[in-house]
Design a protein. Structure first.
Lengths: 291, 368
């Protein structure tokens, strides 16, 4: 007989004394336009402390005063100290309000939450990064992490597809990365335009021709669901193993900590056991309609 | 095992009240059983039973003095712990600078009177989801502390009940401080009472009129066995979770969508549904904003909103999400079913969609 069966022995367990539902206030240091509808915010805690440490692929819940809160992946460097960085595309009420923020304004941040890219599995082997559109943002921390400790890893290949040349993110960085010996960068666009001499076509076309020759390489994919599905299939055709391919999923989220029920994807709870999944873990769900 | 007479029942309520417990129990209001604060045993409904069916709920007088011949109303105990509307924090803005003031979690002694066995399981399921994972809902945890439960075993199951199929009733086997089985109703209601905690034992020892005799226990066993054989519904759960997990493209989902109104009644009435959203609102000056947690439902378009649209646009997809979560993916996520067999979703569906019928139809043809 337990002491109080009606009142089960529950404890209020909170990590580090922080209620995960209450935001920490950050100040906007700087906002940089990436393209016509995408911008990158740099944030530092208003209390003068350091930003929360995070792992590549994790996300924060960002709260705009009185407007709302949304999950956004972290796009900065997970190893070096520096401001918290989020790259955001204006698609809804909250992101449009964020685009109007000015340096000195403050926002609420909860997190980081969720699973991360398995960068540790890439030690000593090749990394293939496949990104579509804004999907490059959650993968940029991987690039920072690998280039920051370059000799630990094998070849790094970035295959990036954008809708149009003017929508390509981090253009200056892409040039710098591609011009260094650190990584191979291949970019394609769905539609070309005047002055574009690069590839035209979907990103799967790049996978077909990418230098993938080391067995044991890992692939990290982020972009629209259909792009991730076809990219994974193309990588499998190129001889990669299912258990070396990872994708990052997205669904509506209200709590970010597995309590609100919104981000369910089949039996998955994306904010908690995702957003990064091994491909064979969600293969049977990808491509199913309205899941 | 004790025998509890009506005056002993009242004594238990009195001592709980003296210890500072706020007592909630069933009440008769607007032709239905509701859960509300009760002053004494006299506030409890007497001599009524319910007739429940798909989209149907009626109370009628039994003509006797029975205390618990009805089963469940539309509201469940979850409203006491997982509040329908809960302030989370208040933000004040001074220039561009923000300051956040969290809502402190509130504890308080609560006594629940007349909790049915399926409802004990519902509380255990919500505990698992909201209070036993890596992260917990602090407000839920605080309000769940200090709860005293008087359970009532079911001797008169309702027309939409299927607790036997779900293994949750009609007899409470854990999670209570005191459990009661009503014996006889010919002006001489008495209860077989069991203690499930030292506190329950202490109250029963002081309030009971003695130990239950052999004939009392015999009668109790007969009543409960009869109740178990008298369920309004049944559901074959053997292999069901696995079958539903593979049912993504089943045509039945589109058929049920033709009837489903996406009204969210089933999810509001369900004692385990825990989906919630947050709302942010500002005052008229624009300098204070409140964040509030409110119940949500997977039947709304907003629930799956992503990048300007709903992932689950059709009612068929939403119904599939709800039913497969309850009976299938809940097992993967929380190690058990999300359904207690209480039947509320059947009774309170305005068009009488029956979860047992839908699950069976999907599974039946998926097998063949």
């Amino acid at each position: 007989m337990s002491p109080e069966p009606g009142s089960i022995n529950l404890t209020d367990r909170i990590r580090g004394g922080v209620d995960p539902m209450v935001p920490r206030i950050y100040n906007v240091e700087r906002i940089r336009r990436n393209n016509h509808d995408t911008f990158t915010m740099e944030l530092n805690p208003a209390d003068g402390g350091n930003p929360e440490p995070f792992s590549a692929g994790q996300f924060n819940m960002l709260y705009i005063f009185g407007v709302g809160e949304i999950p956004v992946s972290i796009s900065g460097d997970p190893v070096q100290d520096g401001p918290l960085m989020h790259t955001i595309r204006e698609v809804g009420t909250v992101t449009r309000a964020m685009a109007r923020l000015k340096p000195g304004d403050s926002i609420g941040v909860r997190g980081p939450f969720g699973s991360h890219w398995p960068v540790e599995l890439a030690v000593g082997t090749d990394v293939v990064i496949v990104a579509g559109g804004i999907g490059l943002a959650p993968l940029r921390p991987v690039i920072y992490q690998v280039t920051g400790n370059r000799s630990r890893y094998g070849r790094m290949v970035l295959l990036y597809g954008a809708r149009a040349p003017k929508e390509i993110l981090y253009q200056r960085q892409l040039k710098a990365w591609g011009g260094s010996f650190d990584m191979d960068v291949h970019v394609t666009v769905d539609r070309g335009e005047r002055g574009w001499n690069g590839e035209i076509g979907v990103v799967t076309g790049l996978i077909r021709r990418a230098p993938l020759d080391r067995s044991g390489a890992i692939a990290l994919i982020c972009g629209p669901e259909i792009m991730m599905r076809f990219s994974a299939q193309e990588l499998l055709r190129r001889g990669m193993d299912k258990d070396r391919i990872y994708v990052s999923m997205e669904r509506n989220m209200k709590c970010g900590v597995g309590l609100c029920g919104h981000c369910q994807y089949g039996a998955k709870i994306i904010c908690k056991d995702g957003p990064v999944y091994r491909y064979d873990d969600i293969e049977s769900l990808l491509g199913r309609r309205e899941v | 095992m004790f025998i509890l007479e009506p005056d002993g029942f009242e004594k238990i309520l009195d001592s709980l009240r003296e210890k500072g417990y706020r007592i909630t129990g069933p009440k008769l209001r607007d032709g239905a059983i509701v859960l509300d604060t009760i002053d004494s045993a006299a506030s409890l409904p007497r001599g009524v039973r319910d007739h429940q069916g798909p989209g149907r709920y009626r109370l009628e007088e039994t003509g006797d003095d029975s205390w618990f011949s009805y089963t469940l109303g539309s509201d469940s105990w979850k409203k006491l712990f997982f509040h329908p509307i809960k302030p989370l924090f208040k933000t004040t803005r001074d220039g561009g600078l923000l300051q956040i003031e969290p809502e402190p979690p509130r504890e308080g002694l609560k006594a629940l009177i007349g909790v049915r066995p399926c409802e004990l399981q519902a509380l255990a399921i919500q505990d698992k989801v909201l209070a036993e994972g890596e992260f917990v809902d602090r407000h839920y945890v605080a309000s769940r502390k200090g709860t005293f439960i008087v359970a009532v075993n079911c001797t008169v199951p309702g027309g939409t009940c299927f607790c036997v199929s779900m293994g949750t009733g009609p007899v409470a086997d854990r999670g209570y401080d005191i459990s009661l089985t009503e014996l006889g109703s010919n002006g001489a209601t008495r209860f077989v009472a069991r203690a499930g905690s030292p506190h329950g034992e202490e109250l029963l020892a002081a309030a009971s009129s003695g130990k239950a005799g052999e004939s009392d226990l015999q009668l109790e066993a007969e009543l409960l066995e009869a109740a178990a054989g008298n369920m309004g519904r049944s559901l074959d759960v053997e292999g069901l979770a696995a079958a539903l997990a593979e049912s993504g493209d089943h045509p039945r989902w589109e058929e049920v969508a033709e009837r489903c109104q996406a009204c969210t009644n089933c999810t509001m009435a369900c004692p385990t549904c825990y989906c919630h959203t947050v709302e942010d609102s500002t005052d008229l000056t624009g300098s204070v904003a409140d964040r509030t947690r409110v119940w949500d439902s997977c039947f709304t378009a907003d629930h799956s909103y992503l990048h300007g649209g709903s992932v689950r646009e059709t009612r068929g997809a939403r119904y599939r999400q709800w039913l497969t979560h309850k009976l299938s993916s809940w097992h993967d996520q929380f190690g058990g079913s999300g359904c207690t067999g209480c039947g509320r979703c059947i009774t309170w569906c305005p068009v009488g969609i029956d979860i047992t019928e839908e699950a069976q139809a999907v599974r039946g043809t998926a097998r063949g």
